[in-house]
Design a protein around this ligand. Structure first.
Ligand SMILES: O=C(O)CCC(=O)C(=O)O
Ligand SMILES: [Fe+2]
Length: 380
């Protein structure tokens, strides 16, 4: 079989060779691509169309997520804010965080430097291409390049952040300010995550306010482990797309870990599943979109929901986002808190750990909530 035939067989009728797809979508667009190649066309059911359609699965209005004011959380209204946070985590699995104390400069520098990273020559970005899902730095395209049958319209850079001083020296040295901007951002989001988790644990009634010494069981306090826990930062780049309704920036998925702190630029694209419809999350400048991850759903014994979300692309503007995913150390077990298990609420999930999750994603095409579903003991 000729080389050209082999490509056609594997990739359909397009004349775009496989080696081009592997370089990512930014590269395809830079080379003047005018149509979405077959490899990126999602089944109709997965991409159920963007806004302004008659599709019954898509809400007509953007979603105003609950807004949590972080300054209020630390002030005299803490009890009310904790209640709003609990409602948001139960009903939406998402909220927007404002007045979080991370300066506009730190945020702007992070979005800016990751945008400039994706604008580097391909050869510079390609230094970080690896199929090792545990690599400290990993550049790639789509979701799981070696497994995805359909590719999504997204390039990414993943950075492991803990221990930061060790890992920082492996991070990209170009652009020259990358390590400085991303290192500061990683440090500040980690601190914010820990403060939020203290509030989340209080909102679940696991540890009461001002009783940091209180423990769950046998002297265990999860906050200590989260402090030494894993942090992965993912810079996403979604180039403008000539036929945006045919593809997705990210397919429906839930995040692992406890919480994701997501920064999106001013371009819309993130949609979450709410009351069985896809709704677009309206970007708020300098705010974080916070979402419950699979491990927090497990830890809360199903009270807080790790909700499906996806990303749409558009034909006009590229979009950037930075997701900071936080959890326990990789070898730690995640299990429902003993304080949330009783006769009315039996244990709903099997114990799990990060390593088994990572081996799961490296061998499976991740779809929807497969992993979480595989841990479920009873229907919730
Ligand atoms: O780009 C976005 O808005 C969402 C990204 C996301 O869901 C992720 O990185 O897990
Ligand atoms: Fe996500």
């Amino acid at each position: 079989m000729s080389h050209a035939n082999a490509i056609t067989q594997q990739w359909g009728e397009d004349d775009t060779p496989k080696s081009q797809y592997e370089k990512g979508v930014k590269q395809l667009i830079d080379n003047g691509l005018k149509k979405v190649p077959k490899k990126y066309i999602f089944p109709e059911s997965d991409r159920s169309a963007a806004r302004n359609t008659e599709d019954p699965n898509v809400a007509k209005q953007n979603l105003q997520l609950p807004i949590i004011d972080f300054a209020d959380l630390l002030g005299p209204c803490r009890t009310q804010v904790l209640q709003s946070m609990a409602n948001a985590c139960e009903e939406y699995g998402f909220f927007q965080l404002v007045n979080h104390g991370i300066s506009n400069d730190v945020i702007k520098n992070m979005l800016d430097v990751s945008g400039r990273f994706f604008n580097l020559q391909f050869e510079e970005r390609a230094k970080y291409i690896t199929s090792d899902v545990k690599a400290v730095v990993r550049y790639g395209t789509s979701f799981n390049q070696t497994k995805d049958t359909v590719y999504c319209w997204r390039d990414f850079l993943k950075l492991l952040c803990n221990p930061l001083p060790d890992y920082l020296s492996h991070w990209p040295s170009s652009p020259v300010d990358f390590r400085q901007a991303a290192g500061t951002y990683a440090e500040e989001t980690k601190y914010l995550f820990l403060t939020l988790m203290q509030a989340i644990i209080e909102s679940l009634g696991i540890i009461e306010a001002n009783k940091e010494k209180e423990t769950e069981e046998n002297g265990y306090n999860i906050l200590k482990d989260l402090k030494d826990g894993s942090q992965m930062m993912i810079s996403n780049f979604y180039p403008q797309c000539p036929e945006p309704n045919l593809t997705l920036g990210m397919p429906p998925h839930s995040d692992y870990g406890f919480l994701t702190l997501l920064l999106q630029d001013e371009v819309e694209g993130l949609q979450i599943q709410f009351q069985e419809k896809w709704v677009t999350v309206q970007p708020i400048p300098n705010a974080f979109v916070i979402n419950v991850g699979d491990h927090l759903e497990i830890y809360s014994n199903g009270k807080y929901k790790s909700v499906l979300h996806r990303v749409l692309v558009n034909s006009v503007k590229s979009r950037r986002s930075v997701a900071s995913l936080h959890g326990l150390p990789f070898n730690h077990t995640v299990r429902p808190s003993p304080k949330l298990i009783d006769e009315v609420n039996p244990k709903r999930y099997a114990d799990t750990d990060f390593n088994s999750f990572l081996s799961y994603i490296s061998t499976t095409e991740l779809k929807r909530k497969d992993f979480l579903d595989s841990r479920r003991l009873t229907s919730t």
